[in-house]
Design a protein around this ligand. Sequence first.
Ligand code: AKG
Ligand code: FE2
Length: 311
Amino acid sequence: MSIPVVDFSVYSLNKEDATDEQLRTLSEELKKAFSQVGFVFLENSGITQEEVERVMDISKKFFLQPEEEKKPFSRKSFPNNPNHGWVSMETERLNPSRPGDLKEAFNTASFHPDIKWPSSDAVRGFQEIQVSFFQRCKELSLRVLRVMAQSLGLDPDVFLRAHRFIGTDENGTTLRSLYYPPVRRESAKEGQLRCGEHSDYGSITLLFQGSDGLQVCTLTGEFISVPTIPGAVLVNIADLMQRWTSDYLVSVRHRVLLPPVGDSSTRQSLAYFVQPDDEALITCCDGSNKYPPITGGDYLMQRFSESYGNS
Ligand SMILES: O=C(O)CCC(=O)C(=O)O
Ligand SMILES: [Fe+2]
């Protein structure tokens, strides 16, 4: 089994719109991938490798600074959006039965004017680069959500109506820049990974990987290594979308292992976690009552408390 690759060029961000016929073909391909694998590579999405590298480069400059420079931007220090900001090494355990993940992250989750952004000479342009990439990912996500609704034979706007406030504090959508520093095996704890096994929480995730390392669990239960395809974006179904579609689209577990012994390389990735609006009521879209309705905001709070141990 491998991750399907789909050409998104007919509906890329460079195109105004696609014909019904083109969208139908695309929607069939996405339906197959999302119901059978849960992950798909989109080629020709309109987001370029250069854009991705610009975000990774500025993020790396931030991460390589001393701890004191990063601390003022810590996650949970911004009252209007507690998810925004820097997450230090080993703070999160995406698999709660393992030690903390060997990664750092910066979450761009709010554009509120009270947010203080890194602005020293070392990271000049940080805010503008993160914010403009967030907006590009938003545009692509809305296109993917539209095609997904069509693929399920639903009103094409059904998912879009629940994602009207992306980029405001009434919606939890987050651009997360991840940095995995070199690993010293002798100091890693028993069972510790770069990123523990987990499935994502929201509706869909866009993932841009700087290098290999990601593994995805197949429906038969084994983890397969995912290649890096430069210029392609990896899109996956997250848990709330699985629930929304009464388990028709599958949200599968994935992880990032430690690098092989003797490999001292770093790794970077960018994850854009798309969430429905806090107030959007998520009700099974096939009309069944397989899961009770829940708001996007309540669902997200529940999941955060699990991976941060109630913080
Ligand atoms: O770094 C990666 O490739 C994956 C990260 C991830 O799955 C996550 O942060 O949810
Ligand atoms: Fe993930």
